[in-house]
Design a protein around this ligand. Sequence first.
Ligand SMILES: [Zn+2]
Ligand SMILES: [Zn+2]
Length: 181
Amino acid sequence: MATVVTEHTETEAAKEETMSYMMKRMKEKIKDKKYKMTSQRQVILRTFVNSNIRHMSAEEVFERVKKTAPDIGLATVYRTLDLFTTMDLLKKLDFDDGCSRYELNDHEEEGHFHHHLICLGCGKVWECNDDLLETLESILQKRFHFQTVDHQLKVYGYCEECQKKRAEEEKDEKARHANEE
Ligand SMILES: [Zn+2]
Ligand SMILES: [Zn+2]
């Protein structure tokens, strides 16, 4: 069964839980390496936790950050997003529309990430949390002796709404042709 998430509406309690989980992970990373926990970084992390949009561009993050912390510039946002990606707190995504997106890497288990279903009609992105690729992994292991650690799948197609729209358009097109003849 596929779990598809379009929007992210969480209760305040759930947000707090995510925030403290992400802070804990950030602290672990800081211990590992020579990163510092600044208040600006916390604000940016908090922006992801509170956002109802799952996949955000740097500009979208900046627009939100500006409201609570006007002293944080776009350059700082870019730098922090890069840093968080290196720290594995965020995942950098490319939906092939010329603009990188970032999302919170807030899954308990390391490694497996969800897949993205991208609609070519309206540009909406759905998430599928099921692995679905176990078979592929075992084939890769057998055939190439390749041990998979992680994978990211992008699936392109049309959402239900866009399928209907396209079917309508096709019908109109056919009707137009029939009239012309
Ligand atoms: Zn669509
Ligand atoms: Zn996602």
